[in-house]
Design a protein around this ligand. Structure first.
Ligand SMILES: Nc1nc2c(ncn2[C@@H]2O[C@H](COP(=O)(O)OP(=O)(O)OP(=O)(O)O)[C@@H](O)[C@H]2O)c(=O)[nH]1
Ligand SMILES: [Mg+2]
Length: 148
């Protein structure tokens, strides 16, 4: 599998998506430091929200094949400046989370991710697992077992 690093604001759903991608039971766990596992690198939201901590994200992106920018459908604004993906020499995908939220706007979140420069966008509900297989299939490499 290609390795993905997940970035996004606090509570955008990085850890929940990490658990869903890894087939683990979903449980709340506040991320306090970068969690590097076989296929997923989970990062604290504070790193994306704080300029000087953001440098750690830039360095850690080199440990991954794919950068996943998360944006919750409920977020009232986007953290990502237009075309910010060009600063990175990895494939950058957009992931809209909380697609099940009644007060969310997944299309608006997708538009913001496209503005940031993401050409591939996934929509997920990490609690039910909806959309998670699509990301796993995207990360699949030749020879990897099929995603069930
Ligand atoms: N309804 C719904 N809730 C979600 C979804 N993804 C995450 N959550 C909830 O959102 C809350 C925050 O999720 P986390 O995965 O901890 O968020 P995070 O981005 O890892 O947050 P930090 O570790 O603080 O940066 C938790 O209560 C999750 O259960 C989703 O797709 N749908
Ligand atoms: Mg987390």
């Amino acid at each position: 599998m290609k390795k993905i690093i997940l970035m996004g604001r606090v509570a955008s759903g990085k850890t929940t998506l990490t658990q869903a991608l890894r087939g683990e039971a979903i449980h709340y766990h506040k991320t306090q430091y970068i969690q590097h596992t076989d296929v997923v690198i989970d990062t604290p939201g504070e790193y994306a929200e704080t300029q000087h901590l953001g440098r750690a994200l830039a360095l850690y992106s080199y440990e991954a094949d794919v950068v996943g920018l998360l944006l919750s459908a409920t977020e009232p604004y986007s953290l990502y400046p237009p075309c910010c993906t060009t600063a990175c020499n990895r494939v950058v995908i957009g992931i809209v989370t909380h697609t099940d939220a009644p007060d969310g706007n997944p299309q608006r979140a997708e538009n913001w991710l496209r503005l940031a420069g993401c050409r591939t966008i996934f929509h997920v509900n990490s609690l039910t697992g909806e959309g998670v297989k699509d990301i796993l299939n995207f990360l699949r490499e030749p020879g990897d077992p099929p995603v069930e």
